[in-house]
Design a protein around this ligand. Structure first.
Ligand code: PMV
Length: 338
């Protein structure tokens, strides 16, 4: 619903949230399925308004980003994907001459494999649709977010665009998603390496590895497919210990693809030494975040071990809270997101 303020200003608002990939990052670009979980406790909120002619937007308040879209000069640096998504939306709606100011309040750390670019694009497109009273169906929203993601990733599978807009865990395969059944009593710890990754560089590096040796590429992708199928079954039947082992095997595969780093390896080992069932990087790697699976009772110990080993912050998500429409509670090493 667009908001008329006391100044007569009309604003549109939109929201999306973070995501984490449980299994299948990178191999999903090359045809395997992937399993991903939305993280509604790490939201992005966007507010859109029309820029009047000659108006230059104010700097964004601390902790927020601002970008303009439409008939304005291209801003340098961050949020190029969201801007592309909004400009494509304006073009499709016959509003190519519009100038829109978008203020984005993003709780998701940027470039950490948690879907910040897709979530910012999703929230921004929703805000602009709200501003102009456009009805956005799911398919159109996904397409628009994907336009921005192609800019950010080089070649985006669509898993980020799907998960930051999804209400519950999903299985994603070649552009199609289906809700995933989870019946498991466990906790996932997300640990931030504190190092920004580059999805585009990581995706290009994996492509080089796979193209260099097609027979090895086939073996790696087949193994990935088997691990992802096993994980789906383990999630549905509550076999957390086995799922942890599957995650650790997927981490070995990601390391073979060249996207792990010594810092990620240290965090993965620290989680396992502290009793986690398994751990792996999540997202594109080369920085970003590590995901560890443990019992709810051991979550604090594993989180503390990860921070002690150098994680900048950690969040805890219980698998019981991942079912669609149940709010997820996250704890951070440096604050609490509820
Ligand atoms: O950009 P990230 O870190 O959220 O990773 C996206 C997942 C990849 O599989 C690496 C890329 C893709 O488009 O699927």
């Amino acid at each position: 619903m667009n908001i008329s303020t006391t100044t007569g200003l009309v604003q549109g608002v939109g929201q999306a949230h973070a995501k984490t990939i449980l299994l299948g990052e990178h191999t999903v670009v090359h045809g395997t399925p992937a399993i991903a979980l939305p993280l509604p406790a790490l939201p992005v909120r966007a507010v859109a308004r029309v820029l009047t002619s000659g108006e230059t937007p104010l700097a964004a308040p601390d902790g927020q980003f601002r970008f303009s879209a439409g008939d304005t000069p291209a801003p340098a640096g961050t949020l190029s994907g969201p801007r592309v998504a909004v400009e494509e939306a304006l073009r499709r709606w016959g509003l190519a001459d519009a100038r829109v100011d978008i203020l984005v309040d993003c709780d998701i750390p940027l470039a950490r494999g948690l879907g910040s670019s897709a979530a910012c694009a999703g929230a921004a497109v929703r805000a602009v649709a709200d501003l102009y009273g456009r009805v956005l169906d799911e398919g159109t929203l996904y397409d628009l977010v994907q336009c921005g993601e192609q800019v950010e990733h080089g070649r985006a599978s669509g898993i980020d665009a799907s998960t930051v807009l999804a209400a519950g865990p999903i299985r994603f395969h070649e552009g199609r998603t289906r809700p995933l059944a989870i019946d498991m009593d466990a906790a996932l710890i997300i640990a931030d390496t504190g190092v920004p990754g580059s999805t585009q560089r990581a995706v290009a590096g994996v492509r080089r590895v796979l193209e260099a040796d097609p027979a090895r590429a086939r073996r790696l992708l087949d193994r990935a497919g088997e691990l992802i199928a096993a994980a789906e079954d383990q999630l549905a039947t509550g076999r957390a210990e086995e799922l942890g082992a599957t995650m650790s095997r997927f981490q070995e595969l990601l390391a073979e693809l060249g996207v792990s780093t010594p810092h990620i390896d240290t965090l993965v080992s620290a989680a396992r030494e502290a009793g986690a069932f398994g751990a792996k990087l999540t997202g594109a790697g080369l920085g970003g975040c590590v995901l560890a699976l443990t019992t709810p009772a051991a979550a604090d110990t594993v989180g503390a071990a990860l921070r002690h080993a150098g994680a900048a912050q950690t969040w805890t998500v219980t698998t019981g809270s991942l079912a669609a429409d149940v709010p997820i509670r996250l704890d951070s090493g440096i604050g609490t997101h509820a």
